[in-house]
Design a protein around this ligand. Structure first.
Ligand SMILES: [Zn+2]
Ligand SMILES: [Zn+2]
Length: 252
């Protein structure tokens, strides 16, 4: 079985002209799972011909704006399309008051339920399953509560995180790993200060996890030549691709 991954946004928090902040769509048997929803997610879904009504669940890593500012437009547009099917939404428990606030102002005309699943796990935990693809959430190490997601043995999404020793073990058996590379290796001090990763950190994680393919993104806006991130990673893990908005990957 193949899963299709579409990159809706590969940038980090500072706005840049040709890339949106973090958002991805994973296609499983014709149904969609959204992974993070940075600003502009719904326009990116339009550009990439993704149906709002086929989204079964949304997986939010953490409540920094570059990962959630797009969810509100997505939820509203689903209502405008007449969605009636319930939507599963996974996020840290800190997302609860934000969702409540949104619904208190914008739920008029919404004819579907949002099943909110607050995350609070300390190690990988099975949280969802879609047509033979189990989804596990696992904690990352960021300034605030942050979670990665493992979609069976196909794909794992590691959002904003500092490196930590348990992560590669939790990712054993996953063929394609996305791992943030906010910084080039020369900025290791900044990565440590802000709980992010360098190219070296991401590449070591993929190598130690035994992955087949590493996808990287969430680049600092200070570097516009994204090939530099990939080049550094490839010194440690050759099968590295620096993703861009609009990229599509078949994952088997
Ligand atoms: Zn971020
Ligand atoms: Zn963050």
């Amino acid at each position: 079985m193949n899963l299709t991954l579409q990159i809706l946004g590969a940038a980090s928090a500072m706005p840049i002209s040709d890339m949106n902040p973090s958002a991805q769509a994973l296609r499983v048997h014709g149904r969609l799972l959204l992974i993070d929803c940075g600003e502009g997610t719904q326009q990116q879904m339009r550009r990439q011909h993704l149906s709002f009504l086929k989204v079964k669940a949304v997986f939010i890593s953490h409540i920094h704006g570059d990962h959630i500012f797009g969810i509100f437009g997505v939820l509203s547009t689903m209502a405008m399309y007449g969605r009636t099917e319930a939507l599963d939404l996974f996020a840290p428990k800190s997302f609860a008051p934000i969702l409540k606030f949104y619904l208190s102002y914008f739920s008029e005309g919404m004819n579907y339920e949002i099943n909110f699943h607050p995350l609070d796990c300390k190690q990988p935990e099975l949280v969802y399953e879609l047509r033979g693809v189990p989804v596990y959430a696992f904690p990352l190490r960021h300034k605030i509560d942050c979670f990665g997601y493992r979609f069976g043995d196909w794909y794992a999404y590691c959002s904003d995180t500092a490196p930590f020793p348990e992560l590669a073990g939790w990712l054993q058996g996953v063929r394609t790993i996305y791992h943030e590379t906010t910084y080039l290796r020369e900025w290791a001090d900044k990565a440590g200060k802000y709980y992010h990763s360098t190219t070296d950190d991401a590449a070591r994680c993929a190598r130690d996890a035994g992955a087949k393919h590493l996808l990287i993104g969430h680049y600092t806006s200070r570097v516009r030549d994204y090939g530099r991130f990939a080049s550094e990673c490839r010194e440690i893990f050759p099968q590295t691709t620096a993703v861009r908005d609009g990229d599509v990957f078949e994952i088997d």
